[in-house]
Design a protein around this ligand. Structure first.
Ligand SMILES: Nc1ncnc2c1ncn2[C@@H]1O[C@H](COP(=O)(O)OP(=O)(O)O)[C@@H](O)[C@H]1O
Ligand SMILES: [Mg+2]
Length: 245
């Protein structure tokens, strides 16, 4: 058995250049194949954590390893191949003239060429159901379609870990459900930031709750959602009428 965690975060602390201390010592181990939801109120530090996982931000203190490889400046290219981040706003991810070119951009950048590239691109588009949109401009797609293309751009790179920041935000109910089905069908390590507690329950057996830059709970998702006092303390709330099955 491989005992190296897919993701190891130890003592991660970070302050922004303006002095705002966003993370105060995060410890997190994620095993290969685990799907973990990252819950917490606005300003908790969720996005700051995500931006450390592929080296967009450099840790102020502590260490991060992805499948045993430290996230450092020297390893950045390999880290970005291993960790695919789907940003909260798909418009931060899509910039090519067509969907196909956007999906090809990542793997091409990592040196995939020829038939392997075509296969990676086509299967990533098929996985999220956007093959029929391949020649369209991302500018002419609906928000839900752009979100799915953004997921495909990451999938095409075949990352070991997928990190998604608020994947269900601003999606209509059907698009939200379809994206859940896509994500459930992917067999890989996943970290998903979300305010959508039923989504966390559906997709992630384990959840961590972050507030004020620290992890305040790390438990099975159903246990966290059943603890109404804990949720209330951290400004989280189940939708009206939602009962944990
Ligand atoms: N670029 C920045 N410069 C200074 N402070 C920031 C910056 N981005 C976020 N912050 C602050 O860091 C804290 C954590 O923010 P963030 O990680 O975006 O929270 P979340 O994603 O949980 O809503 C907040 O206090 C936020 O105001
Ligand atoms: Mg955020």
């Amino acid at each position: 058995m491989d005992l190296t965690p897919a993701l190891l975060v130890e003592g991660l602390a970070y302050a922004y250049p303006d002095g705002t201390q966003a993370l105060f010592g995060i410890d997190l181990h994620v095993e290969p194949g685990e799907r973990v939801a990252v819950l917490g109120p606005n300003g908790a530090g969720k996005t700051t954590l995500v931006m450390h996982l592929n080296g967009v931000l450099q840790a102020g203190a502590g260490r991060i390893e992805v499948a045993g490889l430290p996230v450092t400046k020297q390893n950045l290219k390999e880290i970005r191949r291993r960790v695919g981040v789907v940003f909260q706003d798909p418009d931060d991810q899509l910039f090519m003239p067509t969907v196909r070119e956007d999906v090809a951009f990542g793997p091409a950048n990592f040196g995939v060429t020829g038939e392997a590239l075509e296969t990676a691109v086509t299967s990533a588009m098929a996985a999220v159901g956007v093959r029929d949109l391949e020649s369209k401009s991302p500018l002419h797609l609906s928000f839900g379609q752009r979100r799915r293309v953004a997921v495909a751009t990451v999938l095409a790179c075949d990352p070991e870990i997928m990190v998604l920041d608020e994947p269900s935000a601003n999606l209509e109910p059907i698009a939200r459900r379809e994206l859940a089905e896509v994500l459930l069908s992917l067999d890989r390590t996943m970290l998903m930031v979300t305010h959508d507690l039923p989504y966390a329950l559906q997709l992630c057996p384990r959840s961590i709750l972050i507030d004020g830059g620290v992890i305040v709970a790390d438990r099975p998702t159903e246990k966290i959602l059943a603890d109404t006092q804990l949720l209330a303390q951290h400004r989280l709330e189940l939708p009206y009428g939602f009962k944990i099955p």
